[in-house]
Design a binder for this molecule. Structure first.
Ligand code: HAM
Length: 424
């Protein structure tokens, strides 16, 4: 069993970092509640078929990045690479449409993709995602994007973010969009990278966001979806834009933004942090007005996004050094009897809602005080053998570096009062 290591690309979140993660999650839950979203928790794995159909066979995710296995019942299962397909499955399976014409849910948790690990790209990563299912109104697009910007800019306070926006059409204009693109690209197929030559047949829109220099040069002159939108899609996009203007949400139009999943229609968007390097997309999303029907439900529009939390973490300046506030009580004891009294006091304090710690290693008083400092407690209660026989204890305020002798009796009430005053 020697040398067992974690899986590459699946990092641990260690105790020194977990409070930062909890803060991100708490802030997100609060704003999601304000926007009227409720949490949905779908399983970590689903039938493989769900993702193959939902995300699309021609995508990188389905072609080469899924963690798929056959279980003991010979069923093919896959660790979820994203959250939209599972939410749509649950929406249909539990007839959630009956609850409200517009179902607004969010999810938070790990996703799995077998990508090549690098800075900002992992094989297990965490997303906060939202899905608003049931309306194709442009105001829903604007509200979803406003939520994303509020979360990243107003709540997480990440500077210099860029919102990129595009529209990639619907079943009415998609054939024309693809036809024009294919005609242009087929004539120049020999100049495309080998990957894009394959995409030409399977997923031609993806060529638009290829990072290879040769392809980018071709793409610069290629016909873009925005130029071939049908009237209804062009009008929808104009309304989304004007609502974003109304809400003073700045964006740039990126006519190459097509996204890596096949379910998108009409509005697509990404938020980029230009300071992050190659993996600089903090969040991505868009409309998927055909997905629910494609998964066997009635024709129902939807829109959503997902934020990558590892990339958010990497974008928040100086967060790691931020110190948590001093909190709770450390009981330092000398001698076995004092330790027993300490255990009893702690039980009472903890039951009454106070964070309480004690030494279990019979360390010296100095050692215990050092630990109390590390544990960032506000107060230290020192129980000495001799003091206790006189019914007294010493209370040290770690913030003010002051101490006083108190009667043991009533010390709990005293501490509770101090705690209450501290949180006021
Ligand atoms: P996505 O663009 O594939 O969209 O992922 C959204 C975000 O998840 C990315 O912008 C990125 O921040 C993060 N992310 C993706 N892959 C990785 C990775 N390997 N390592 C670290 N972070 C990663 C979706 O997943 C869609 N389901 C979003 C959506 C919801 N569209 C509509 N509704």
């Amino acid at each position: 069993m020697a040398n067992l290591k974690g899986v590459r690309g699946a990092p641990d979140i260690l105790p020194r970092d977990s409070s930062g993660w909890q803060r991100l999650e708490d802030v997100a839950r609060a704003i999601l509640r304000r926007y009227g979203y409720v949490e949905i928790r779908t399983p970590i794995f689903e039938r493989t078929e769900l993702f193959v159909r939902g995300i699309g066979e021609g995508t990188d995710i389905v072609e080469k990045e899924m963690y798929t296995f056959t279980d003991q019942g010979q069923e093919s299962l896959t660790l979820r690479p994203e959250g939209t397909a599972p939410v749509v499955r649950a929406y249909l399976e539990h007839q959630m449409a009956a609850q409200s014409p517009l179902v607004k849910v969010y999810y938070l948790g790990p996703m799995f993709r077998r990508e090549r690990p690098q800075s900002g790209r992992y094989r297990q990563f965490h997303q906060i995602g939202v899905e608003a299912i049931g309306s194709d109104r442009p105001s829903v697009d604007a509200e979803v994007i406003a939520l994303l910007i509020d979360l990243l800019v107003e709540e997480y306070r990440i500077p210099d973010l860029q919102l990129r926006l595009n529209s990639i059409g619907d079943p009415a204009c998609r054939p024309k969009i693809l036809d024009r693109l294919l005609r242009y690209m087929r004539e120049r197929a020999s100049q495309l990278c080998p990957e894009c030559q394959k995409r030409l047949e399977r997923n031609p829109l993806r060529i638009l966001d290829c990072k290879q220099e040769g392809c980018q040069r071709l793409v610069a002159q290629a016909p873009k979806p925005l130029e071939s939108l049908c009237g209804a899609c062009a009008d929808h996009f104009a309304q989304v834009r004007s609502l974003l203007d109304l809400l003073k949400i700045a964006y740039t139009i990126d006519d190459r933004l097509v996204r890596g999943l096949e379910y998108y229609t009409r509005t697509t968007f990404e938020v980029i942090n230009p300071h992050l390097g190659a993996q600089n997309a903090l969040a991505g999303g868009g409309r998927y007005d055909g997905l629910i029907e494609m998964m066997g439900g009635p024709s129902t529009p939807g829109i959503g996004f997902a934020v990558g939390l590892e990339r958010v973490m990497a974008s928040i300046p100086g967060d790691a050094e931020e110190q948590t506030a001093l909190q709770g009580v450390y009981i330092a004891t000398m001698g076995q009897d004092a330790h027993k009294s300490g255990m009893l006091l702690l039980q009472e304090l903890r039951r009454r809602g106070v964070r309480g710690l004690i030494d279990h290693e019979a360390r010296s008083l100095k050692g215990q005080m050092r630990q109390a400092n590390k544990d960032r407690v506000r107060y230290c209660l020192i129980l000495g053998e001799e003091e206790l026989t006189q019914g007294r204890v010493t209370l040290r305020d770690m913030a003010k570096a002051e101490q006083q002798s108190l009667a043991l009796e009533g010390v709990i009430e005293h501490l509770l009062e101090l705690e209450r005053a501290g949180t006021r």
